[in-house]
Ligand binder design. Structure first.
Ligand SMILES: Cc1cc2nc3c(=O)[nH]c(=O)nc-3n(C[C@H](O)[C@H](O)[C@H](O)COP(=O)(O)OP(=O)(O)OC[C@H]3O[C@@H](n4cnc5c(N)ncnc54)[C@H](O)[C@@H]3O)c2cc1C
Length: 438
């Protein structure tokens, strides 16, 4: 294959993870006097933010039942808070509201947040939750909610703008970004180390290390590296579950209503926290048609053009078409009715909002690992993979940790996400949430 380029560090994928890793690695190299951003090349088959990072709802929260996730998210929020302007980060906070079945999980999350110093408040009991929500939104009217975790950190960021912010930071340190260049394979030495990255435009020689950050294209790289499509999983109790698919896909259902964004404000006129509401209250449309009488959930935030958010994702059966991404601009036909009914269920101000629902490029496919949590690990002696299992727009700090690992330092926050956990049974605990990402 013809020679195209060479670089000590080659990073594949210009989404949040590839760019954050490039930037933090550049800072680390400079700090140690061991190099600079000029030693780093990022390659993307499209453009920065063309993948999941550019379509993400942008929610940044700590609310994870799994201790390792929540500790990692705290480090990520630290990075968001380090430069809100460049990252287009809105630290408006986050509210998780749920029915009685979710009380133990949210209480455990709150207690951990207290221990690790993440600022939040827990409210329990239907009346107390109602009072808390009415103090923020006087027209709050959701029923069946008995627990509220109010995170005073976190919030959301504007997806493509934060990607551009990272691009600017990368370029300011001398990192090069090659766009429109598809990676097709890897050339390995006898020791298994990657010597060259093969692309549609020729070979890129690798001096030191390769980092993969392919977002939903994870399975393609998994197979390029000859890794198995299904794996055996050892549960924490020692039982072995054979032949589980390593990768599955969910279609994230998201949309927006075109209203004056300022109509969604707190009682004092301030910016509203991101809201995530799960409830088993009966849900009907404004004109009285039953939507569901089973557990349902939605999330929503103020956006530039109105209010944006989503509901539970749908599993994707059969082949997944990822090019062009997102392939599924068409969310489930019932989504708009359900989501608008749910907004109206939550707050009177959204009553009658269904006609303002807009079909915009929103929602998309996410790739999930066998246990729905990320794999952050070396897959070859000098090839590190950031496979975030669709948790990762908020995980802007993972790149900072990966930069340490690449330079030989330990990164304890990433340890619980090594691939070996599937064989050793060190799996993450499972919550009672209906979402694959909580
Ligand atoms: C609809 C939706 C909403 C979401 N909302 C949230 C949210 O609110 N909060 C949150 O934390 N997370 C959210 N996520 C998840 C989050 O978007 C992803 O986990 C995260 O963006 C993944 O980042 P990444 O850098 O790994 O991948 P991506 O951003 O997908 O970047 C991967 C890049 O790799 C490139 N690439 C792929 N194949 C090749 C190849 N062969 N050669 C070269 N380049 C290649 C692609 O062009 C792409 O630019 C959402 C996901 C979706 C789909």
């Amino acid at each position: 294959m013809a020679h195209l380029d060479s670089s000590p560090y080659v990073l594949v994928g210009a989404g949040m993870h590839g760019l954050s890793t490039a930037y933090h690695l550049a800072l680390e190299l400079e700090r140690r006097g061991a190099g600079s951003g000029a030693d780093i090349l990022v390659v993307d088959k499209a453009t920065p933010g063309a993948g999941a990072s550019g379509i993400a709802c942008g929610v940044v929260r700590n609310n994870y039942f799994q201790p390792a996730m929540s500790e990692l998210m705290q480090a990520c929020v630290e990075v968001w808070e380090s430069d809100p302007a460049a990252y287009h980060y809105n630290g408006v906070g986050y509210l998780a509201l749920g029915p009685a079945a979710q009380e133990p999980d949210l209480t455990a999350v709150y207690e951990r947040q207290e221990r690790i110093g993440y600022r939040s408040t827990l409210v329990t009991g239907a009346d107390a939750v109602d009072a808390h929500m009415r103090s923020l939104f006087p027209d709050w009217r959701a029923r069946g909610v008995t627990v509220c975790l109010h995170e005073h950190q976190g919030g959301f960021a504007f997806n493509l703008d934060s990607v551009r912010g990272l691009v600017g930071k990368c370029e300011s340190t001398g990192v090069r970004i090659l766009t429109g260049l598809e990676v097709t394979g890897f050339e390995e030495g006898a020791d298994g180390a990657v010597r060259g990255v093969e692309t549609a435009g020729g070979r890129i020689e690798v001096g030191e290390q390769v980092v993969l950050a392919p977002g939903p294209w994870a399975a393609r790289f998994w197979s390029m590296l000859g890794l198995p499509a299904s794996i055996d999983i050892t549960t924490p109790s020692g039982e072995v579950v054979r032949d589980q698919p390593m990768w599955t896909y969910w279609n994230l259902q998201e949309g927006e209503i075109a209203v004056d964004p300022l109509m969604f404000a707190t009682a004092d006129g301030g910016p509203p926290p991101v809201i995530h509401l799960d409830t088993d209250a009966r849900l009907s449309t404004d004109d009285g048609r039953l939507v569901t009488d089973e557990l349902w959930g939605i999330y929503f935030k103020r956006d530039r053009h109105g209010v944006q958010g989503g509901a539970s994702p749908l599993t994707v059966e059969g082949d997944v078409e990822l090019d062009p991404y997102p392939s599924t601009t068409d969310v489930d036909p019932g989504f708009a009715d359900m989501w608008c009914a749910a907004l109206s269920h939550a707050m009177a101000r959204f009553e009658g909002c269904r006609p303002t629902y807009r079909d915009v490029r929103s929602g998309g496919v996410g790739a999930f690992t066998a246990d729905n949590f990320p794999v952050f690990d070396f897959l070859r002696p000098n090839l590190y993979a950031i496979l975030d299992s669709n948790h990762g727009y908020k995980m802007i700090g993972v790149g900072r940790e990966v930069a340490k690992v690449l330079l030989g330092e330990p990164a304890p926050l990433l340890e619980p996400f090594r691939f070996e956990r599937f064989a050793t049974g060190d799996l993450h605990p499972v919550s009672s949430s209906p979402y694959p990402w909580s």
